[in-house]
Design a protein around this ligand. Structure first.
Ligand SMILES: [Zn+2]
Length: 475
């Protein structure tokens, strides 16, 4: 048994329904076999379990592991292409890279990069758009299992309006998906998700086969894109002959409690009503929406209809893997919506990045907060002394103010450690990086950054220090 002593902040109760941020300044979490078996004041828990191995997370704050509800495995290397709307970006940037991943050696390398990037950003659970190629999806599941990542993913399918090499057939789509599910669904922390790219690139026949696969693979998840971009929406409406984009999926039994739709920026009330009725979820991807100029997400209408909204980074249209950055961007976009914007606090952002994602993925009984009974999926935010974040936290007016500074300022460099099921994973992710200098043009870039050099000290059990006592998270 391991006893973690930390300042713990989480959102067991939904702030959108009146729940408050939970902050325990000196909490103890007793972890056994990856599960939090007891949570209490540290002193109480220590006296009850003097034999437990003690890990003191002396400064900073412990948060639940982040849950990414929408991210694309093959797009690691196309992040940052600016200046294009969705359909042009797909054609010029994303789909050529997605075609390259047909080569299995290439796919394995990118899978390693992808999983390392997720865990290094503090993401411990993800709903991942896989690849159009079954061997690449297999490589992704292997990489995720190697890092311990909690992953739900599947074969991406389409049979029109993509590059020809990305097209499949209804029969092949079913067969390959079924085989991948047989290999990975329910194995370790992996689950299968039926994943048509979007209704624009899928015939009705292909979506019917997706519905069949979703029914046949018991407990499978379903994910796709919905109402992201106005040109996309207009084309889907023209091709399907309906103004109800969601119905393209719904008519095949693909809208339910185990469905997560990315974006939904341009949704009708009819669709929102149906999403709520079906208890389907939406993954909001704000940096992607801004980068592609897709639109300003109507969070108010989703909340009014009772639709669950989680967060996704949507790499590679999104601008990175950090869900903390997506939280900040969610806040900023809602501010820009003026009277239609939802005023968000740091508690809302944390909830969207953790518990809401867990709920969207049907994992809320296991993860999403750090209560007793949950798996120990956690991230330790521990900025180095003297950084703007550390100074901000030290001078903050309390835990919620300090958490807001985390959303405003924290990067992967500020993560001291990441645990999934009680096992540290961040060090492993960093070790996978090459330390050799890599020439880029006239520059020499070292792949390992300062965070990698800090890894050794991160691994050691640290003595408690009282670096700052101004009432913030730092102690
Ligand atoms: Zn996407």
């Amino acid at each position: 048994m391991t006893l973690y002593r930390a300042q713990v902040v989480d959102t067991p109760d939904d702030p959108f329904r009146g729940g408050a941020l939970r902050c325990d300044g000196d909490a103890g979490l007793l972890v056994e076999d990856g599960r939090i078996v007891e949570r209490d004041a540290f002193a109480t828990l220590r006296s009850r379990h003097p034999e437990a191995q003690l890990v003191e997370l002396s400064d900073g704050v412990l948060l639940p592991g982040l849950v990414d509800a929408h991210v694309h495995f093959p797009q690691v290397r196309v992040i940052g292409a600016l200046g294009m709307p969705l359909l042009e970006w797909l054609e010029r940037c994303a789909l050529p890279e997605e075609a390259r991943i047909a080569e299995i050696d290439y796919a394995r390398v990118v899978a390693g990069e992808f999983v390392s990037a997720l865990t290094s950003a503090g993401t411990t659970t993800a709903l991942v758009f896989g690849s159009h190629f079954a061997p690449a999806v297999d490589a992704l599941f292997q990489a995720a299992a190697g890092h311990g990542l909690r992953i739900t993913s599947g074969l991406v399918v389409g049979d029109r309006m993509l590059r020809p090499e990305l097209h499949t057939s209804a029969e092949r789509s079913y067969d390959e998906g079924r085989e991948l599910a047989r290999r990975w669904h329910g194995v370790g922390r992996s689950r299968y998700a039926v994943t048509p790219r979007f209704a624009l690139s899928c015939s009705d026949e292909l979506l019917a086969s997706c519905g069949e696969l979703h029914r046949d693979v018991v407990g499978s998840w379903f994910t796709s894109h919905l109402n992201e971009n106005l040109d996309e929406v207009a084309t889907v409406r023209r091709l399907s002959g309906t103004t109800n984009y969601l119905d393209c999926y719904d008519r095949h039994g693909l809208v339910g409690r185990q469905s997560v739709f990315a974006h939904n920026v341009h949704s009708t009330d009819t669709e929102l009503t149906r999403l709520a009725e079906a208890q389907a979820s939406v993954a909001h991807c704000p940096t992607s929406n801004a980068a592609l100029g897709s639109g300003m997400f109507p969070l108010n209408r989703h909340l009014a209809h009772g639709v669950l909204v989680a967060l996704g980074c949507d790499v590679g249209a999104g601008t990175g893997f950090s869900l903390l950055k997506e939280g900040l961007q969610t806040y900023l976009l809602q501010r820009l919506r003026g009277a239609d914007g939802v005023p968000l606090t740091a508690a809302h952002l944390l909830h969207m990045a953790t518990a809401a994602g867990a709920q969207a993925l049907g994992l809320r009984d296991q993860i999403g907060d750090l209560s007793a009974g949950r798996r120990f999926d956690a991230i330790w935010i521990r900025p180095r002394p003297g950084t703007v974040l550390e100074i901000g936290i030290r001078h903050s007016n309390g835990p919620e103010d300090a958490l807001a500074k985390v959303f405003a300022l924290a990067t992967a460099d500020d993560l001291g450690q990441v645990w999934i099921d009680g096992a540290p994973v961040r060090a492993k992710a960093i070790d996978a990086r090459t330390l050799r200098p890599r020439p880029v043009g006239n520059l020499t870039i070292f792949a390992a950054n300062k965070a990698a050099q800090r890894t050794d000290s991160d691994e050691r059990t640290r003595h408690r220090s009282r670096a700052g006592t101004d009432g913030g998270m730092s102690r």
